[in-house]
Design a protein around this ligand. Structure first.
Ligand SMILES: [Ca+2]
Ligand SMILES: [Ca+2]
Length: 285
């Protein structure tokens, strides 16, 4: 009896700790997201009970987690093994909640945290893991390891010459405005990308090797006798925090114009703008 009271007290104190750690807005969004999911009320009660134990666990595990996070070689290719210790258990839920909502260290392999294979990491991955560990839910199913990038959007052909009220970036500049959310999503707005005036479509491929992100622009069709500038938006998901070099291979770059390549520090959320001058591009020949 005394033990039960003690455990209930631990659960309660754990929930209080978790609640205090989360801002009210974030907490409300978590609760709302869970309630709106299938079996939301049952899931919510499990999360609270789990959170109680986790809060106690966090206090005990913080030194261990910190040591693990300090190691450079933490990496796991087991889907759901968030903390990279080659097993899936309550500590992975702890790690994921800590990372998403409490400013905790980033998992070594973000792709292994997207357990519902949605392309992003959020509260639904937490509830998915809870279901799997405690309720016989489906096994984690992660996307293939590594970055996944895609061309999210692109404009039509823009004006050749800057006019009042048009771009703040002149046509003699080829720029990337980047934003990293600190949780794996890097958005790149490519301003003044040169292509033929009338491509059937545009696309891009993405590669990551030793910290070098290479984006290869691809144009399909494009038989008009003119070139012009476009704006493109690239999105790269599941990119772990770190230092990177970003290079965009542009088929219309003149050999005398510099390559579009730059270094970024994405160890935390960050935004910035990088430009290279263009003397010929994209109107040579
Ligand atoms: Ca683990
Ligand atoms: Ca997910």
């Amino acid at each position: 009896m005394n033990r039960l009271i003690s455990i209930d007290k631990m659960r309660f104190e754990g929930v209080i700790i978790i609640v205090n750690e989360l801002s009210s807005k974030r907490f409300a969004s978590i609760i709302k997201a869970i309630l709106m999911s299938k079996g939301g009320i049952m899931k919510l009660s499990k999360l609270f009970i789990t959170a109680g134990f986790l809060a106690i666990g966090i206090l005990w595990m913080i030194p261990i987690i910190s040591r693990q996070a300090a190691a450079d070689d933490i990496r796991s290719d087991i889907c759901g093994d968030v903390n990279g210790d080659y097993s899936i258990n309550v500590l992975d839920i702890t790690f994921l909640i800590g990372y998403l909502y409490m400013g905790g260290p980033a998992p070594g392999n973000l792709a292994m945290c997207d357990v519902n294979n949605s392309g992003g990491i959020n509260i639904l991955d937490v509830t998915y893991l809870i279901d799997f560990i405690y309720d016989g839910g489906p096994e984690p199913t992660c996307p293939p390891t590594g970055i996944s990038g895609y061309l999210a959007d692109y404009s039509g052909c823009k004006e050749f010459v800057k006019t009042d009220g048009a771009d703040t970036i002149p046509p003699t500049q080829d720029c990337i405005a980047y934003h990293y959310d600190g949780q794996g999503t890097l958005t790149l707005n490519h301003i003044n990308a040169g292509f033929n005036c009338c491509p059937d479509s545009l696309n891009a491929t993405f590669d990551l090797q030793n910290g070098l992100i290479t984006i290869q622009q691809i144009e399909y069709g494009g038989v008009c006798d003119c070139n012009c500038l476009f704006d493109l938006t690239y999105v790269i998901n599941l990119l772990p925090p770190g230092d990177y070099t970003i290079m965009v291979n542009e088929p219309y770059r003149h050999p005398e114009d510099p390559e579009l390549i730059f270094e970024v520090d994405l160890n935390t959320a960050d935004s910035g703008l990088y430009c290279v001058p263009r003397s010929y591009y994209p109107w040579w020949e």
